[in-house]
Design a protein around this ligand. Structure first.
Ligand SMILES: NC(=O)c1ccc[n+]([C@@H]2O[C@H](COP(=O)([O-])OP(=O)(O)OC[C@H]3O[C@@H](n4cnc5c(N)ncnc54)[C@H](OP(=O)(O)O)[C@@H]3O)[C@@H](O)[C@H]2O)c1
Length: 323
C-alpha cells in the first residue's frame, strides 16, 4: 500500500509517499481501507517533533473507510462496515490502517466517510470541551479562538446550539465572514484588535466564564485577560507555539481563574465514553445544528502541501487527504 512516512522531524518536506506492506489485523483489531483521512493540527506537532514520535514513523490519527478484515474476537465490526477512528496508533496517512475495534466507531446512515473523517476528531474535541471540560449553560458568553478552523467551526456552531453567546476570533476578514455564517454573535480580528478589550466591552466588563484557546503562545495573555472572575481558561492547542511558563499567582491576579490543559484522549478513556461522544456528535450533525465544512481536500501524495496550507493559515474548516 501507499503510505506517508518521515525519517526525521522538520518542515512539510520531510513527508514522503512510500510503498509499505499492507498490515493485517491482530486479535481485537480491524483493517480499514481508507476513503478519507482527516488532517489535524496535531499531525504537524508530530512532524516537527513538538510531540515526539519514534522515527521513522507514519503520521495521522483520523480516517474513515470500509472494514476490509477483522481480527480474532472482533464483534463490534464486520467486513464491509463503514468505520471511523480518531486515535492512535499513528499512521492514518495511508491507504489502509489497523486500529483496535474498541477505538473505532460506526458512523450512522447519512454520515459518509468524508464527513466522518472531517468530523470525528475535531467534533469529539468540541464535544468534551463544551459539555464535560466545562459544562456550558444557556446564555454563557464563550470565547473561541481560530473560529473558522476545523475545531473552531464546530465549537462555534455547537456552542450556539447549547445556547451560548459566542465571541469568535479569526485571522482574516474572509474567516470573519465564515464565523458569522456559522452563528458567531461577535467576531474579533485578533491580529488587529485588542481581544481582551473587545471581550470586556461585549460582556459589559465581566469577561467570559470560559475561553477556548487552541492558538497558544500568541493568544495566552489576551485569553487570560478576557476571563470573568473564577473563569476557566481551556488551553487545548498550540497552533502558534506552546504558551510560555507562568507563575500560579497570575491566576489570582486574573480573578481567581482556573486553567486546564486537556487532551481528547483523556475524555475518551473507555469505549463507552468514545461511543457517547461520537453519538452526541453524529446527533448534532443529523439535527443540522452543526454543519461539517470540508474546506479543502488533497491527494494522499500531497500531504506536504496540505501541511503547508494548514500551517500558513490558508485553510478553513476541515482538511482531508484522499487516498
Ligand atoms: N487538546 C485536544 O484534544 C485537541 C484536539 C483537537 C485539536 N486540538 C487543537 O485545536 C487546534 C485546532 O486544530 P485544527 O486541526 O482544527 O486546526 P485549524 O484550527 O483548522 O487550524 C489552525 C488555525 O489556527 C490559527 N492560527 C493562529 N495562529 C497560528 C499560527 N501561528 N500558525 C498556524 N495557525 C495559526 C489559524 O486560524 P486564523 O487564520 O483564523 O488565525 C489556523 O487556521 C490546534 O491547536 C490543535 O492542536 C486539540
Amino acid at each position: 500500500m501507499k503510505a506517508i512516512r518521515f525519517e526525521q522531524t522538520g518542515g512539510p518536506g520531510v513527508l514522503s509517499l512510500v510503498d509499505v506492506p499492507t498490515p493485517q489485523p491482530g486479535p481485537g483489531q480491524i483493517l480499514v481501507r481508507h476513503q478519507a483521512i482527516g488532517i489535524n493540527f496535531i499531525d504537524t506537532y508530530h512532524r516537527t517533533g513538538l510531540y515526539p514520535l519514534r522515527l521513522p514513523s507514519g503520521l495521522g490519527m483520523e480516517a474513515a473507510g470500509v472494514v476490509e478484515a477483522v481480527g480474532e474476537g472482533v464483534t463490534r465490526f464486520a467486513p464491509g462496515d463503514l468505520a471511523a477512528y480518531a486515535s492512535g496508533p499513528i499512521g492514518a496517512y495511508a491507504e489502509f490502517h489497523v486500529v483496535a475495534a474498541e477505538r473505532a466507531v460506526k458512523p450512522p446512515a447519512g454520515i459518509d466517510a468524508r464527513t466522518a473523517a472531517a468530523a470525528l476528531l475535531k467534533g469529539m474535541t468540541a464535544e468534551f470541551l463544551l459539555r464535560r471540560c466545562y459544562t456550558l449553560k444557556p446564555g454563557d458568553p464563550i470565547l473561541v479562538h481560530a473560529a473558522a478552523g476545523g475545531v473552531g467551526q464546530i465549537l462555534v456552531q455547537w456552542g450556539k446550539a447549547l445556547g451560548a453567546e459566542v465571541i469568535a476570533t479569526v485571522g482574516s476578514e474572509d474567516k470573519a465572514a465564515r464565523a458569522r455564517e456559522h452563528g458567531a454573535d461577535h467576531v474579533i480580528l485578533y491580529r488587529d484588535q485588542d481581544v481582551a478589550a473587545e471581550v470586556r466591552r461585549i460582556t459589559g466588563g465581566k469577561g467570559v466564564p470560559v475561553a477556548y484557546d487552541s492558538v497558544g503562545k500568541a493568544t495566552f495573555e489576551a485569553t487570560l485577560a478576557s476571563l470573568a472572575k473564577r473563569g476557566l481558561f481551556v488551553s487545548f492547542g498550540n497552533a502558534s507555539g506552546p504558551p510560555d511558563p507562568f507563575a500560579p499567582a497570575r491566576l489570582l491576579a486574573a480573578g481567581s481563574v482556573y486553567i486546564t490543559r486537556p487532551t481528547m484522549g483523556d475524555y475518551l478513556l473507555t469505549t463507552a465514553e468514545l461511543d457517547e461522544s461520537a453519538a452526541a456528535l453524529f446527533a448534532v450533525i443529523a439535527s443540522g445544528k452543526v454543519k461539517i465544512e470540508i474546506g479543502q481536500t488533497f491527494p494522499l501524495a500531497a500531504a506536504a502541501k496540505a501541511h503547508e496550507a494548514l500551517e500558513s493559515r490558508e485553510t478553513v474548516g476541515a482538511s482531508l487527504l484522499i487516498p
